[in-house]
Each structure stands twice: as structure tokens, then as C-alpha cells.
Design a protein around this ligand. Structure first.
Ligand SMILES: CC(C)(COP(=O)(O)OP(=O)(O)OC[C@H]1O[C@@H](n2cnc3c(N)ncnc32)[C@H](O)[C@@H]1OP(=O)(O)O)[C@@H](O)C(=O)NCCC(=O)NCCS
Length: 165
């Protein structure tokens, strides 16, 4: 008799609720450690308006296994969203949860009327979702950053100027 294996069940993706705060903090601590507070992205998040309605959590029952957050920003005065942090628990990676979280956040941004999303991250990962640094050379983050890692989704022309709230 052939043993039956079942594919891992896809986590449940839901809008972020404030009750998840402590679990998200724990997830981010596992994924990034305390060094995350030193990043230029964190300076953006300190000044920007958090948008829980565009932010999503991945749940396996009561266990939080993934999170993506979105923030309202402007780039040189033009409205945009800032994506991050995004993290998936180590034992749940490589099943497409990160991809679903990125897609849901970008779709929600688009549905809200603004299709421009900025992040600081790895091109080899985010490039597959349509993020690129083609138009971001003149975007200024509030802190030192490797400019090649400043990626935009939905940009159709060069972006320039400071990232502000
Ligand atoms: C990045 C992250 C959210 C991806 O979550 P995930 O659920 O595993 O994502 P997916 O299943 O959609 O994609 C997995 C694929 O992306 C690849 N990948 C993950 N991180 C990558 C990176 N930084 N650069 C290039 N590829 C990456 C994996 O190797 C895997 O490749 P495969 O499909 O060939 O096996 C997760 O790895 C994570 O939490 N990492 C720690 C936090 C982090 O680095 N966040 C992003 C900041 S840039």
C-alpha cells in the first residue's frame, strides 16, 4: 500500500488586527533580531502612517506564521506606500506564503487607489513580483541605504526626492 502524504495546508491570510501586535513582534524578532531597528526602513516606519487595512497576517490556526506591513508615504511629494517588514517563520518558508503576502499587500494598495509601492529589500526575491530599482536611483531614504536595494512596484517613470510621511 502506498503511504499517503498530504501537502502542507496553506495558511489563512487575514488583514492585520491590533490583537496580533505581540505575535508580530515575536515573529520579527525571530526573523531579523534587534538589528532591524537600526535600518533606514525603520526610520521610514517611525514617521509614516501605519495602514493595518493594507497589512496582512498568515495564520496556521492560532499560530502567526507570516506578516507583511504597509505604511503611507510620499516620494518627492507623490503618494505611495512603503512595504515592510515582511517575514515568515523559518519552518514555514518556501511554501509561497511570502509571495501571497506581497501580492495581497500590493493588490490592497492598488485597490485603495495608489499603485506605487516602495521597499528596501533583495532584488533576487522581490524582482519576481515586479519590484525593480530601474526608477529608484534618485529616491532618498531617511538614513544610509544601499541604493540598489531600493525597489519600487508600479513605477512607470523615474522617482525622485525624499521619502516623507
Ligand atoms: C523573505 C521571506 C519573507 C520569504 O518567505 P517565503 O514564504 O519563504 O517566500 P516564498 O515561499 O514566496 O518564496 C521562497 C523562495 O524565495 C527565496 N528567497 C527567500 N529569501 C530570499 C532572498 N532574500 N533573496 C533571494 N531569494 C530569496 C527562497 O530561497 C525560495 O526560493 P525557491 O522558490 O527557489 O525555493 C522569508 O524568507 C523570511 O521571512 N526571511 C527573513 C526575513 C527577510 O529577509 N525578509 C525580507 C527582507 S529583504
Amino acid at each position: 500500500m502506498i503511504a499517503q502524504t498530504s501537502a502542507p495546508q496553506a495558511p489563512d491570510i487575514r488583514s492585520e488586527q491590533s490583537a496580533a501586535d505581540a505575535k508580530i513582534e515575536a515573529l520579527l524578532e525571530h526573523a531579523f533580531g534587534p538589528g532591524r531597528f537600526a535600518k533606514a526602513s525603520e526610520r521610514v516606519r517611525e514617521m509614516a502612517e501605519f495602514r493595518p487595512d493594507l497589512s496582512f497576517c498568515a495564520w496556521e490556526g492560532e499560530r502567526l506564521v507570516g506578516s507583511v506591513r504597509m505604511w503611507k508615504i510620499h516620494i518627492g511629494g507623490a503618494p505611495a506606500f512603503f512595504l515592510g517588514p515582511i517575514a515568515v517563520e523559518a519552518d514555514q518558508r518556501k511554501h509561497g506564503t511570502g509571495a501571497v503576502l506581497v501580492a495581497r499587500a500590493c493588490e490592497a494598495a492598488q485597490a485603495s487607489g495608489c499603485s506605487l509601492v516602495l521597499l528596501v529589500g533583495d532584488m533576487p526575491y522581490f524582482g519576481r513580483f515586479g519590484f525593480s530599482n530601474d526608477h529608484t536611483a534618485a529616491v532618498r531614504l531617511p538614513g544610509p541605504v544601499d541604493q540598489r536595494r531600493v525597489l519600487a512596484w508600479g513605477a512607470t517613470a523615474p522617482l525622485s526626492g525624499p521619502v516623507t510621511a
